[in-house]
Design a protein around this ligand. Structure first.
Ligand SMILES: NC(=O)c1ccc[n+]([C@@H]2O[C@H](COP(=O)([O-])OP(=O)(O)OC[C@H]3O[C@@H](n4cnc5c(N)ncnc54)[C@H](OP(=O)(O)O)[C@@H]3O)[C@@H](O)[C@H]2O)c1
Length: 349
């Protein structure tokens, strides 16, 4: 089979973007041999500029440039300081646009949203682990993708590398889903277990921050916004329930007392920020709240770096999947998963 070139443009070279660039290099030979695909990174952007070469950029040189100069715009010869990701998406000739920029809900999920709109209108497939555009504009963006005959994939938006959305949308055909329970936020579980085992609240936050798993604005995680956003994405894509963030009844872990967390922990019970969608007569009720997990619940056995989801269905029984995510690699790998999924589905292979 002839090897097919797939041209990729990437916006965002942070924790996920850089790991994804490394994956493209590490998996190059395997992708050739196994799928007859050559994933060529033709463009990359960060907050200071971009680099674009229709013949392909060198992943190792991108990473070295980013590390030494702080921006990909310093890439030799084809670096473009000051070029925004929106300029890039307008100019680039690529098959797939990957967005790994910050969530930025307060700002209309920019720059992700505008770039994704532009990419879909240019008939580029889009892959993103960025919840922002999906949670705010799910209906519009999925419509735009369908109208332009391209795919929009976002499997990294819910519970890191866990294929939570793939299970819900691919593996439960014809099922009535009565309830979904998920622990989709890693850092709150980590903090609850640290505090439960005697670490102070401040030290637990500091450790989470040092490990890079706490968002720059801790309220996003601690007050349950992140879990609520993921619940909205699951509701829309798996349950076809057109929920918005304001439909989620939300409380976070910041208000929990130290005594309560420690006494549950000492009794061997784990507290987790649980996101639940429960079927009602008129749709689904959506709740995010701290919960003491029963020890016989599959999600009650989650460790401090684990996330999980349980689907309660009428015909497939109760389906649970969990993930232990010790680094952001699995989250970064969701971009590779989504790209391969698109290519294997759309190509006549
Ligand atoms: N980290 C995880 O474990 C994880 C898991 C699942 C999903 N996600 C989601 O994946 C996305 C990326 O996460 P991350 O951890 O990689 O974030 P990050 O480390 O903060 O990196 C964000 C990247 O976006 C770039 N950026 C910011 N503003 C930009 C702009 N206006 N134009 C172009 N680039 C811009 C930054 O540029 P500079 O390098 O110049 O600052 C940086 O390279 C986020 O939406 C996050 O919620 C993350």
């Amino acid at each position: 089979m002839a090897v097919q070139n797939v041209r990729i443009a990437l916006s965002g070279l942070g924790n996920l973007g850089r790991r994804f660039v490394r994956l493209l290099a590490d998996k190059k030979v395997y992708l050739h041999e196994r799928y007859a695909l050559d994933l060529v990174l033709v463009a990359a952007a960060d907050s200071h500029g971009a680099a674009y070469d229709a013949n392909g950029l060198d992943p190792s040189l991108i990473l070295r440039t980013k590390q030494l100069a702080g921006t990909v715009a310093a890439y030799p010869e084809v670096g473009r300081p000051e070029m925004s990701s929106l300029d890039l998406v307008r100019q680039v000739d690529a098959d797939i646009w990957c967005d790994a920029t910050p969530v930025n809900l307060a700002n209309g999920a920019e720059p992700g949203t505008s770039c994704i709109r532009e990419a879909l209108e240019k008939r580029m497939h889009v892959v993103t682990p960025n919840k922002g555009p999906i949670v705010l504009y799910y209906q519009e963006l999925t419509y735009l993708a369908a109208e332009n005959g391209v795919s929009l994939r976002y499997s990294g938006t819910v519970a890191g590398g866990l294929p939570a959305l793939y299970i819900g949308t691919r593996a439960l055909h014809a099922a009535m889903i009565d309830r979904i329970e998920m622990v989709p936020n890693l850092v709150t579980g980590l903090i609850l277990d640290l505090v439960g085992s005697g670490t102070t609240w401040d030290d637990a936050l500091a450790l989470a921050r040092r490990e890079g798993v706490l968002e720059a604005d801790p309220a996003w995680d601690l007050d349950g916004w992140d879990a609520a956003a993921k619940l909205v994405i699951v509701a829309n894509s798996v349950l076809s329930y057109p929920a918005k963030l304001e439909d989620v009844k939300r409380s976070g872990i910041s208000g929990l007392s130290l005594e309560k967390i420690r006494s549950e922990f000492e009794r061997g019970r784990r507290m987790r920020l649980l996101a639940r969608a429960t079927r009602t007569d008129s749709g689904y009720s959506l709740i995010v709240a701290p919960h003491t997990m029963p020890s016989d619940h599959a999600l009650g056995r989650l460790g401090p770096r684990e996330m999980g989801i349980t689907y309660y269905t009428d015909i497939y029984g109760t389906v649970t999947a969990t993930i232990k995510e010790e680094t952001p690699l699995p989250s970064a790998a969701t971009m590779l998963r989504d790209i391969l999924d698109i290519m294997l589905e759309t190509e006549d292979r």
